[in-house]
Design a protein around this ligand. Structure first.
Ligand SMILES: [Zn+2]
Length: 136
């Protein structure tokens, strides 16, 4: 049986901005206390250390709009998580049936992968929700 709704969360990357090195600017989330989770454009060479210091907020509005977006993203995260959980349930019910040792090993492997996926996105979610709590 297929697991429902196919709404995939798209990461928008419209409006090609370029940094001072004329490279396509990269969208990153701010991790500062003042603007946690807010997005900005930066130089893609940022991690290499020789960036051009290009900086521009992804959404210029101060205040609530970007926070709203973070909330919407949190909602999408939850939907995605529900999908992964459905998958987990399916795998577990397969494990309950009579399966060979080989199949069991395979199923446990996919179970472990889904669990990790869930764990990591849960960390993102906790971060987003804490934003909502503090600033919303
Ligand atoms: Zn640059």
């Amino acid at each position: 049986m297929e697991v429902g709704s196919g709404s995939s969360s798209k990461r928008q990357n419209s409006g090609q901005r370029r940094c001072h090195c004329d490279l396509p600017a990269m969208i990153t989330q701010a991790g500062t206390d003042k603007n946690p989770g807010r997005r900005f454009y930066g130089c893609p060479r940022y991690k290499l250390g020789n960036e051009c210091k290009y900086f521009c907020w992804f959404d210029e509005e101060e205040g609530t709009k970007w926070q709203k977006r973070a909330l919407i993203e949190a909602r999408d995260e939850i939907r995605e998580k529900n999908r992964v959980i459905e998958q987990l349930k399916k795998t577990i019910s397969q494990l309950r049936q009579r399966v060979t040792v080989n199949e069991k090993t395979k199923l446990f492997g996919s179970l472990k992968n889904s669990m990790f996926k869930l764990w990591y996105s849960m960390c993102d979610l906790v971060f987003l929700l804490s934003l909502m709590y503090e600033y919303g």
